[in-house]
Design a protein around this ligand. Structure first.
Ligand code: GCO
Length: 404
């Protein structure tokens, strides 16, 4: 089969993403831990020890680097840094500094997320994002973290504020995308934006840091029916576009994309019969990242972008390879059209705790033994690491494929 090579720019950040609560284990001070253990909880299982990455981060970062990646996106748990209102743990700050150091020692660019869905219990009890002082509290937390950010260049303030606002609107976090997204709590959306801005303001004390938030893009497609295009705007704006527009002026914007959503005149349509779906029930749709980038670039007024999450939950690792291949081809097309994309962070480095769905949807490049936590490198991880090392992707020749 004739092949072609798609080159990526020097310094392109090839990595994988994780979130503290989903991999660390025993994040007991967080609102999610508390919720997981309520008698009436809707989550299928608690996070427990998760992947024990709180203790095994050194090994995880070493494997990532040895595979060929040059960046790692991970999050700091606010609940560990500030377990009680106003009480900052120096030991936990030192823990996350060790993670940053582990990255630097391996030549890995650390991409640090400050808030990936979970917040301290006390923050939720004191009014959550609805509390008047929420932006101030988030800024104060950012100030606590500031001293450990030496040599960090990318900080994601708030992960998926759009999903966070929908969760706050009462949605149960059970596979939002597959069943249509709840209407967001607009007050929470405003509070998240204010918190993001307040955090960015604090981060300006370190001019070497580029900061932004990361948005879940949905690659909406209108059906041919009358009214679908209008519905797409009405549905998409408060759930997706508003967050991209409000990234205007930020240093960068994270795009997180997995699948697409069809919109008919009445709203979102479930995935059609016979279409390949993943373990989360989402359509297998590799161009999602490209479409997210195009939408983010346009709506933000050309803020530099990074794919901060893109991936697939599957038990068939060959589909992961195919998904990443397709996604990267699309990202390359977007870049060839002049869109500034700084990097690609596959979701996720490890099989992890997929929130209310528990451990069943496996997104990881690495698996791990449920008894011993021993890491297992999947073939897709070795292949992806080689792409990263080469800074180039081999594709079937354009003549023999339907690349357009
Ligand atoms: C999110 C988060 C991740 C998820 C991932 C797969 O998008 O919900 O950023 O925590 O695990 O997106 O659903």
């Amino acid at each position: 089969m004739p092949t072609d090579t798609l080159r990526f720019p020097d310094g392109f950040l090839w990595g994988a993403a994780t979130a503290g609560h989903q991999i660390e284990g025993n994040n007991i001070g967080s609102n999610w831990w508390e919720m997981e253990h309520r008698p009436d909880t809707h989550v299928v299982e608690p996070s427990g020890d998760a992947a024990d990455s709180y203790h095994r981060f050194g090994e995880d970062i070493r494997i990532l680097a040895e595979l060929g990646m040059n960046s790692y996106r991970f999050s700091i748990e606010w609940a560990r840094i500030e377990p009680e209102r106003g009480a900052v743990s120096r030991a936990e700050l030192a823990h996350y500094r060790r993670m940053i150091d582990a990255c630097l020692e391996h030549g890995v660019e650390p991409i640090v997320t400050l808030m990936h869905f979970t917040v301290p219990r006390w923050f939720e009890h004191d009014g959550f994002w609805r509390a008047d002082d929420a932006p101030e509290l988030f800024a104060r937390y950012t100030e606590s973290v500031l001293p450990i950010l030496d040599d960090v260049h990318y900080v994601c303030t708030i992960n998926e504020p759009n999903i966070a606002a929908m969760l706050a609107g009462g949605e149960k976090a059970e596979n939002l995308v597959a069943h249509g997204l709840a209407f967001p709590d607009l007050h929470v959306a405003d509070q998240l934006l204010a918190s993001h801005k307040a955090s960015r303001e604090v981060l300006t004390a370190r001019p070497e840091i580029l900061s932004g938030w990361t948005v879940a893009t949905q690659a909406f497609h209108a059906t041919d029916e009358e009214g679908s295009a209008e519905k797409l705007q009405e549905y998409g704006h408060p759930r997706d576009f508003w967050y991209l527009e409000n990234a205007a002026g930020d240093d960068f914007l994270g795009v997180q994309a997995y699948t697409r959503t069809f919109i008919g005149p009445e709203g979102p349509i479930p995935v059609a019969e016979g279409v390949e779906t993943t373990l989360t029930g989402w359509e297998f749709y590799p161009p999602a990242a490209e479409l997210g980038l195009r939408s983010a670039w346009e709506l933000s007024g050309q803020v530099p972008l990074m794919v901060t999450e893109n991936g697939i939950a599957t038990a068939d690792d060959t589909r992961r390879h195919a998904y990443i291949q397709g996604a990267l081809e699309g990202i390359h097309r977007a870049m060839a059209d002049g869109i500034d994309v700084r990097g690609f962070q596959y979701w996720s480095l490890l099989d992890n705790y997929e929130w209310a769905s528990g451990f069943r949807p496996t997104f990881g490049l690495l698996g791990w033994d449920r008894e011993t936590f021993a890491r297992q490198v999947k073939p897709s991880a070795r292949w992806y690491g080689e792409v990263a090392r080469a800074n180039a992707l081999t594709v079937e020749d354009a003549d023999t494929t339907s690349r357009s």
